[in-house]
Design a binder for this molecule. Sequence first.
Ligand SMILES: [Zn+2]
Ligand SMILES: [Zn+2]
Length: 396
Amino acid sequence: MAVTEDATAIAGELTQLRRAIHAEPEVGLNLPLTQQKIVAALDGLPLEVTLGSALSSVTAVLRGGGSGPAVLLRADMDALPVAERTGLGFASRIDGTMHACGHDLHSAMLVGAARLLSARRAELPGSVVFMFQPGEEGHGGARFMIEEGVLDAAGQRAAAAYALHVASAELPFGVFSTREGPMMAAAEALDITVTGRGGHGSQPHHAADPIPVACEIVTALQAMVTRRFDIFDPVVVTVGSFHAGTTNNVIPDEAKLEVTIRSFSPQARALVRDSAVRVVHQIAAAHGLTATTEFTGSYPVTINNDTEARFAAGVVTDFLGGDRYHPQANPMAGAEDFSYVLEEVPGAFIMLGACPPGVNPGTAPFNHSALAVFDDMVLADGAALFAELAVRRLTG
Ligand SMILES: [Zn+2]
Ligand SMILES: [Zn+2]
């Protein structure tokens, strides 16, 4: 089976598709232009295509020659509110919006996998579900697609699920990487409002000043991290935004904090959520003030199934060569909503180095940077690996 040759043959078309998506990036759950491009690129293939209701997703099912299990392959489609500064010829034409996380490549690679697998449909003993998902960057698009039935799109629950993610730095070009167990962090966004009572800056005893209390909350959260958590099951708590007051001689009514929390196990995640909320409320109460806490968005830990991660690593090594696989030592502190898929279906999330050859991956701008560059040359191998994972998982 000459999957890599077939993939090389369509590399030019995948590059065109990727560049077209890159030039017209869209943010969030509603990506009509991106959806159109993907649907057009799938046209003529023997697929059952359905579009999402709550979001502009595309689900395509390929039914093979047999009635075996189903394998799900996922690509996210959305861009970021970043103003691109790469200077590339196909750079974003939409102000303040950029495919800075490489999801344009994921979409093109998954279209490529659909082409490759469609050509070998008769050989497939089961089905393949292609999941094109909007809203990965904090919008929980995967959850909406699960609610709309993507995991059962083939008429049965997917037996395995795989996602590829490109990296513009850290990994050398063309190198795949994954690990058993936790792969990406859980992320929580926590909004805090500390409410006191405003007054004259010279008469704090007639007011209830939220600023020193909010400061105490910031430091107490850091003490909580170092004193309550196992250093081998770490958490990160960052207060990224702190706003209160208008001028030097007025005590404000309230202080607002925005916090991101990262954790790497369901246990640490539950503990850090509870502990942070308790610290906030009890420090406020200790000073006679009140506080509100609201988790405004969160993703669970992305946990690879051990067997599926070993399987994926084995496919890379066997199919592309041992030098194309680096085991990932530690989970990454970023978060992924593919975590919701992996809560339901065993699978693996796999990174792919897309740093342009000749650029040092140790110093290149990383994903989400306005300068992040992902090389098109990974598209053929990404598409081929997606296809190979599906073929081997179905025939294995
Ligand atoms: Zn991202
Ligand atoms: Zn991403």
